[in-house]
Design a protein around this ligand. Structure first.
Ligand SMILES: Nc1nc2c(ncn2[C@@H]2O[C@H](COP(=O)(O)OP(=O)(O)O)[C@@H](O)[C@H]2O)c(=O)[nH]1
Ligand SMILES: [Mg+2]
Length: 494
């Protein structure tokens, strides 16, 4: 990884579209663009002659020597080579660019081939194909973004609801970084204080000063705890939360999935066992991305295809964070229902009572009165009624009645309390969580050592570990491995 070379990549998704964008960044950007671009019209300039943040119309022309197989015999046009595409070229000079390097963005015709040929031309003229996330990595290395902000770029691209997008935008704006930097500064001050006393061993830390240092460390831990509490919600916004829809055949699982998605995705039919494969789709539930999984039955397997369906259902089920258990109000409970009750007692779940448009065979009280079920894996039967505290929502999947209430219940189940604008400002991810946990442990050790009157070297050592861990979040302390693992999750061209 070096910043000396010039990188290029297609920045738009591969596939057919109206337009595609190819970008170049690095010290040779303007030279590479000069070789590849033929300005057309009196307002267009060669990239190296253009002022920053201007757009130029022209053609991408591929060098002649690469055209041996393509050029018609004797017909060399104006002698420049093959015209690849008609484009708009934007020149953005360092340092006011995303990467803080000279950058050129070429907007060409959409479709795989025009963008690929434009890219090939740039590569033939001295650029190197960018690695995934390399533009953003350069933005980080050149100080345009810190690491938490760089991660927010990926979050932004991947966000599936407006709420997730809002959180990513706050992080990109540096809201999390500001707090992390403030925390780190405070810890550095404490560290400097401790180290000063190591250098002058004759001077003991006065009781007053020690008290102050302890207070600061405690304050730091309280602050880390506050951030750590956002990890769960942060995870939900970034990765979504998985919910498996279970219930006996014909209860209305596929109908429920379609209602929650707002469009027909799964095949609904009165023939039990219609859904043979697991279907996964993301829906926006009160701003939260929820991945719903319509399980093909969990037990009934008459042939090989159904066996495979059951295996996949089991697999998705194991990864689900909560369960929607669908019951048919128009039919008595069957042994199959009982098995589901037993299997999911103790799991985070909602009981969805479907088909309330039909005459009811049982009411909600019956659910609450049910005898304690035995969880399949638990040794003794549980004392409390299994359905106590489990939300029960009545719905009709034909008309959509009750679906909004179900969405509220889902939001309640996975996200405690209101979603406030303030919360969105700091939504840590799992990497931040890991770093904060390490910082917290080290700070606790520092606190104990200081309280117990341990040698100041020992105190300083743990505090330094804590400072470094906090620094990892914004990238003040990093390793190549850490950067590789973060930026490899980006797409090429970002
Ligand atoms: N009357 C009534 N029928 C429903 C309702 N929900 C689903 N059904 C019907 O029940 C049958 C089974 O539905 P489906 O969603 O395929 O169930 P699955 O096997 O659990 O996926 C279909 O004929 C649906 O039209 C409902 O709320 N009311
Ligand atoms: Mg189905």
């Amino acid at each position: 990884m070096t910043l000396d070379d010039t990188i290029a990549a297609i920045a738009t998704p591969l596939g057919e579209g109206g337009l595609a964008v190819v970008r170049i960044s690095g010290p040779q950007t303007l030279a590479v663009a000069d070789k590849s671009f033929l300005p057309v019209g009196k307002n267009s300039l060669k990239p190296s002659a253009a002022t920053t943040h201007t757009i130029h119309y022209g053609k991408i022309v591929r060098p002649k020597q690469n055209l041996n197989s393509l050029a018609p015999a004797g017909g060399e046009g104006r002698g420049e080579g093959q015209i690849v595409d008609e484009v708009l070229l934007a020149v953005m000079r360092a340092p006011h660019t995303f990467t803080r390097e000279d950058t050129v963005e070429i907007t060409c015709h959409g479709g795989l081939l025009p963008a690929k040929l434009v890219l090939d031309t740039l590569l033939e003229n001295g650029a190197r194909l960018a690695e995934p996330g390399e533009f953003t990595r350069r933005a980080f290395l050149n100080g345009r973004l810190d690491l938490a902000q760089a991660e927010a770029v990926a979050d932004l691209i991947h966000s599936r609801t407006e709420l997730a997008l809002a959180a990513a935008n706050e992080q990109l704006a540096g809201k999390l970084s500001q707090r992390i930097n403030a925390l780190r500064d405070e810890m550095m001050q404490t560290l400097a204080h401790v180290e000063a006393h190591i250098d002058f061993p004759d001077e003991d830390i006065s009781p007053d000063t020690k008290e102050q240092l302890l207070k600061r460390l405690e304050h730091g831990i309280a602050f880390m705890d506050e951030l750590l509490r956002t990890a769960n919600e942060g995870q939900i916004l970034r990765r979504g939360i998985r919910a498996a829809i279970v219930g006996r055949p014909n209860a209305g699982k596929s109908s429920l999935l379609n209602q929650l998605l707002g469009h027909d995705r799964a095949i609904v039919s009165p023939i039990p066992g219609t859904t043979r494969d697991t279907i996964e789709e993301t829906a926006n539930i009160r701003g939260l991305p929820v991945v719903f999984i319509d399980t093909a039955g969990l037990r009934e397997a008459h042939d090989e295809i159904e066996q495979e369906g059951v295996r996949r259902s089991r697999e998705s089920l194991a990864r689900a964070e909560f369960i929607l258990h669908v019951l048919d109000a128009s039919e008595q409970f069957t042994p199959a229902d009982e098995k589901y009750f037993a299997e999911f007692a103790g799991k985070k779940r909602i009981l969805v009572v479907n088909k309330i448009d039909l005459p009811r065979k049982w009411d909600a009280e019956e659910l609450e009165r049910r005898p304690p079920a035995r969880h399949e894996t638990s040794k003794s039967s549980q004392q409390a009624a299994p359905e106590a505290g489990v939300p029960i929502v009545d719905v009709c999947c034909l008309s959509g009645q009750g679906i909004e209430a179900l969405k509220d219940a889902i939001k309640e189940l996975v996200w405690s309390g209101e979603i406030t604008a303030g919360m969105l400002q700091v939504m840590i991810n799992s990497r931040h969580q890991d770093a904060l946990n390490r910082a917290r442990m080290a700070t606790l050790r520092t606190l104990e050592a200081l309280r117990a009157g341990a040698t100041l070297e020992l105190v300083a050592m743990d505090l330094r570990i804590a400072v470094n861990a906090v620094g990892e979040i914004v990238g003040k302390t990093t390793t190549e491995d850490l950067l590789d693992s973060i930026f490899s999750q980006f797409c090429i061209g970002k």
